[in-house]
Design a protein around this ligand. Structure first.
Ligand SMILES: [Zn+2]
Length: 48
């Protein structure tokens, strides 16, 4: 799992296994929802 950042405004996480990625806003309207989405992505993709 890699995490990339472009300035402080946004970034993304990339699954090393299948190269799928999930964009992450650095300034989300709802930080809780954003964090949950990223955690879900990581959970889905870790282990392959
Ligand atoms: Zn994956």
């Amino acid at each position: 799992m890699e995490e990339s950042k472009n300035g402080h405004r946004w970034g993304w996480v990339i699954c090393c296994g299948c190269k799928d990625k999930e964009t992450v806003s650095g300034t989300p309207k709802n930080a809780g929802t954003e964090a949950k989405r990223v955690r879900q992505f990581i959970r889905q993709h870790k282990g392959h």
